[in-house]
Write a protein that binds this ligand. Structure first.
Ligand code: PMT
Length: 400
């Protein structure tokens, strides 16, 4: 999610597609964006300020003055925004935008904005196909605005064809892609290998030994490294996380042994290795061929040590920069420093289950980073922000 902390100004104009904006706002807010909504007077026929302000968590304005006499500064809102999204953008609003017909708050705000502007047109079939719309969209593009084309389908009039506003997911993706493209490609040319998620060690065909890792930390690291231009080899144990980035090659494995063999396949070409997986330290010595029946009161399963993937990476290290994680519940710092040394790492990221919001499953984490010479502490943050901190730290160390 690249929208965390981003300031998004949404302008709604009066079209039936305005109802879809609720989903877009909810998505932006969920992804950590700050959302300010303005609307044309006509938009109020289609959506209410109450529903929009509830979702955006901010007051919604459609006029220069509120009832209590306060001025809703179009200039302030325009300069506040990192991007402005006009959705739905009717034929009328589009025309006013490109010809400077400034007769409402939306147009005044648009004309004061210095940020990138995204336009999601929505109108009926023949209006969308009309040469004046085509010309106005071309004009908007010539101003450097981003057009999110209308889609084809059944329109409110009953006609079928192009004119439906792009779906909220499509609009959101355009905005996210835009912010991603702005990220500096500080890891271009580097291959980053990341282990993520839990491992499952089979007991019999239906049972396994596993742990609570969701894969969120590892997938966030993969996403952020890819955004910085790295080629990412993501080797994950069973996890429900998804990733959709052309720079990420995802390899799914189940057990620690499978994870190790996948890691070794790519290790020689790795520049930066990050082991965020929660690997099971032990696995059953034998895997029962059939489901174990519950005939006895007690069941003893003999466990044998799994390979230590990160330690193996440390032993085979030639040019790689190696980052380990330490998940601790006691003597945290001492244990983390021990692992840094024993596994021949360049740095280790400590997260403690004693810190609320840190470790498994949460969307947040709280970390300390240790190198051979120092320690840096970070606040509780989203895993996306934690991933950025870790990569910033790696980049700093590589420059030394
Ligand atoms: O997936 P999430 O729900 O987002 O949770 C994230 C996390 C808590 C799993 C993650 O932040 C984390 O701490 N990962 C490391 C968990 C762990 O197994 O820590 P450890 O202290 O037991 O292991 C030390 C290091 O050796 C780790 O980098 C681990 O990946 C690695 N290791 C451990 C054992 C083993 N057999 N092979 C390994 O490579």
């Amino acid at each position: 999610m690249s929208l965390s902390g981003k300031k998004i100004l949404i302008a709604i104009s009066g079209g039936i597609a305005a109802y879809k904006i609720h989903f877009l706002i909810r998505d932006f807010v969920k992804k950590g964006a700050k959302v300010q909504v303005i609307m044309t007077p006509d938009a109020e026929h289609f959506v209410t300020k109450l529903s929009i302000s509830t979702l955006s968590k901010n007051p919604v304005y459609s006029d220069f003055y509120s009832h209590n006499g306060t001025w809703n500064s179009h200039v302030e809102m325009a300069l506040w925004a990192d991007v402005m999204v006009v959705a739905p953008c009717t034929a009328g609003t589009l025309s006013k935008m490109v010809h400077g017909l400034c007769d409402n708050l939306v147009i005044a705000t648009y004309m004061s904005a210095k940020c990138p502007v995204f336009i999601a047109p929505a109108m009926d079939l023949d209006m969308y196909a009309h040469p004046s719309t085509t010309r106005n969209l071309e004009l908007a593009e010539s101003f450097g605005h981003h057009i999110i084309p209308a889609e084809s389908g059944e329109l409110a009039s009953g006609l079928i064809g192009q004119g439906r506003m792009a779906e909220p997911e499509t609009i959101a993706k355009s905005i996210e892609d835009f912010f991603d493209s702005e990220t500096e490609k500080t890891l271009a040319g580097k291959t980053v290998l990341i282990t993520a998620g839990p491992t499952y060690e089979a007991i019999d065909p239906v049972r396994f030994i596993g742990n609570h890792s969701s894969g969120k930390m590892g997938f966030s690291l993969a996403e952020q490294a890819a955004k910085r231009g790295a080629k990412v080899i993501l080797i994950s144990g069973p996890s429900a996380q998804k990733i959709n980035n052309e720079n990420v090659e995802l390899h799914k494995v189940t057990s620690a042994k499978e994870m190790l063999s996948k890691v070794l396949e790519f290790y020689d070409t790795t520049d930066i290795g990050i082991a965020s997986a929660a690997v099971a330290d032990y696995a059953p010595k034998e895997i029962a061929k059939e489901k174990i029946k519950k005939n006895d009161e007690n069941l003893t399963i003999e466990l044998v040590k799994n390979p230590d993937i990160l330690k193996t990476m440390g032993e085979k290290k030639t040019h790689q920069f190696l980052v380990g994680f330490a998940l601790e519940t006691q003597n945290e710092e001492e244990n983390a420093k021990g692992k840094l040394e024993k596994k021949n790492l360049d740095m280790i990221v400590l997260n403690s289950l004693r810190d609320e919001g840190a470790g498994f499953k949460n969307d947040t984490n709280k970390i300390k980073i240790f190198t051979k010479t120092g320690k840096t502490e970070f606040d509780l943050k989203s895993k996306e922000e934690v991933a950025k901190d870790i990569l910033d730290f790696v980049e700093e160390q590589l420059l030394k």
